[in-house]
Design a binder for this molecule. Structure first.
Ligand code: SF4
Length: 189
């Protein structure tokens, strides 16, 4: 298995799909790779492309605030995307682009070995949890895959577009906090 640094080096030089032609930076990820919780978005936007860091624009600031609500910050989580390069005009990443890029996320996940995965938005949830995931119905529900607890939240950009959904997101965040607390205090056998 590649080390984290080897994986990052290969990813930063990647030209496997057409998104390489229009990107400024490859956005590998941010946070603590030793964290038990991995957040996954769909792909970088303009600010992320310019900085090389995921979730740094307005949606990123909201994500930081959402993490803060449950006592988390970027030193306590890892944040990555399905595609590491920005789709032009922030369109959804196309299926072949997702397929080209997903091995990097899989390799990151294998190295991080998270206990909890939180998908941010519909695209990530459809790729990671289930192709027929409906974010408006299924956000906040737990799914179990190979011993990993998985959930999806509304994407922070969707919450900026429709702030009423923030009310629905708070219980989801609290459920994540509860799950993290369970990891810290495992049930007695
Ligand atoms: S989106 Fe992923 S697969 Fe495509 S060029 Fe960027 S790193 Fe490579």
């Amino acid at each position: 298995m590649q080390t984290w640094d080897e994986l990052k080096e290969v990813c930063l030089a990647c030209r496997k799909c057409r998104l390489a032609e229009t990107r400024t930076n490859v956005v590998f990820g941010d946070g603590n790779p030793a964290s038990p919780i991995l957040f996954i978005g769909e792909g970088p936007g303009e600010q992320e492309d310019l900085s090389g860091i995921p979730f740094v624009g307005r949606a990123g600031k909201l994500l930081d605030s959402m993490l803060g609500t449950i006592g988390l910050d970027r030193g306590k989580v890892y944040i990555a995307n399905i595609v590491k390069c920005r789709p032009p005009q922030n369109r959804d990443p196309l299926p072949d682009e997702q397929e080209a890029c997903i091995p990097y996320l899989r390799a990151q996940t294998a190295l991080i070995r998270p206990k909890i995965i939180v998908c941010l938005g519909r695209i990530a949830a459809m790729k990671i949890i289930s192709p027929d995931f409906h974010i408006s119905q299924d956000h906040g529900k737990w799914f179990d895959r190979k011993g990993v607890r998985m959930m999806a939240l509304y994407h922070p950009a969707a919450l900026l577009r429709d702030p009423r959904r923030k009310t629905e997101t708070l219980p989801d965040l609290l459920a994540i906090e509860e799950e993290l607390q369970k990891l810290e205090t495992p049930a007695e056998a």
